[in-house]
Design a protein. Sequence first.
Length: 145
Amino acid sequence: SGHKVIKVKVAVYDGSYHEVDSSDIAFQIAGSLGFKNAAEQASPVVLEPVNKVKIYVSENYLGDVMGDLNSRRGKIIGMEDEEDMKVIQAYVPDAEMYKYSNDLRSITQGTGTFEMEFDHYQEVPHDISVKIIEEYQKSREKEET
């Protein structure tokens, strides 16, 4: 998908050196090719950033906001009362939070607010990762032509 590779540990068990054929660049190329071959066989996954989100809404809009969070692949982890508001806590993929401010205002007639911060990475669902990889491959093909 063209993204950075993280959390990888590599151990090289064998290698050889030859006076004529061995050079820094030769070892870099060999390492790169070895990593590429290993990565293709390792079943890598695409990860996405996930935010912890707190949404402050009146009870009148609670159901609509929770439904909207579910449509954004959100996972509701808790709910509290705070004065006359309900506070929904959820994990929501960052990719699903674009334009959320406008959408929340629309759902709550301008009364809802939220805060969010990065929390962790998680595996992208298979159907979405297939689309990401296909889009990346198409963009690479365009670059090569």
